[in-house]
Ligand binder design. Structure first.
Ligand code: SIN
Ligand code: FE2
Length: 207
């Protein structure tokens, strides 16, 4: 097994430990507000397998997966309504984190919210359903810690492991925009605000 990096960012990934910590509670509250309007739901892969993280979205469109494939949809297929507006706090945080990571001018139009319970994971994948690969990905972790898997340009590149805690932010773009990445199975635990849950906010320029 690749050793955990214990806080050192692997090449091609910007790691901003605690960048969102001061707004942890407000970010969690805003994410739960989004989930009250557009419920978290477990999606299926195009091949018919259930994912283990539950998902919802806010912003101008939402990422969805079903038998028809991976794509962004302007309406939530579950409710038929537009996705909830992206909270101002989300936009400000994503812009500030992107600027800190060297991507000044980033203006996310979508935010995917992933909810993990112990045992849930995300297999190595690329984020490639967005129209604009010149924009970075900004990823905010809340709740239980998780081991983030940071791979390379090829699926077979061995991923580095970086533990992300509540309030940590990672960002990537440019030459590593399409790098493979994932999340190792969440370990049991309790977070003071979220209990046995990890939320991840992923900001992108999708449309
Ligand atoms: C993702 O790649 O969409 C989620 C990553 C994470 O949960 O940290
Ligand atoms: Fe991803």
């Amino acid at each position: 097994m690749t050793p955990d990096l214990f806080g050192a960012a692997p090449p091609g990934l910007t790691y901003l430990p605690g960048f969102a910590l001061a707004e942890e509670a407000a970010l969690i509250a805003a994410a739960l507000d989004v989930a009250a309007a557009a419920p978290l739901r477990v999606m299926s892969t195009p091949g018919g397998r259930k994912m283990s993280a539950a998902m919802t979205n806010c912003g101008a469109a939402g990422w969805v997966s079903d038998a028809r494939g991976y794509r962004y949809e302007r309406h939530d297929p579950l409710t038929g309504r537009l996705w909830p507006e992206m909270p101002k706090l989300f936009v400000k945080l994503a812009q500030a984190a992107a600027a800190e990571a060297g991507f000044a001018g980033f203006s996310p139009d979508v935010c995917l919210i992933n909810r993990y319970e112990p045992g849930a994971k995300m297999a190595l994948h690329q984020d490639r359903d967005e129209a604009d690969f010149s924009a970075p990905i900004v990823s905010v972790s809340l709740g239980l810690p998780a081991v983030f898997l940071w791979g390379g340009a090829k699926r077979t590149d061995k991923p580095a492991r970086l533990t992300l805690h509540s309030g940590d932010v990672v960002a990537w773009g440019g030459t590593t925009r399409l790098n493979f990445h994932g999340v190792a199975p969440l370990r049991p635990g309790r977070h003071a605000l979220l209990g046995a849950v990890r939320l991840n906010l992923t900001f992108r320029r999708a449309l």
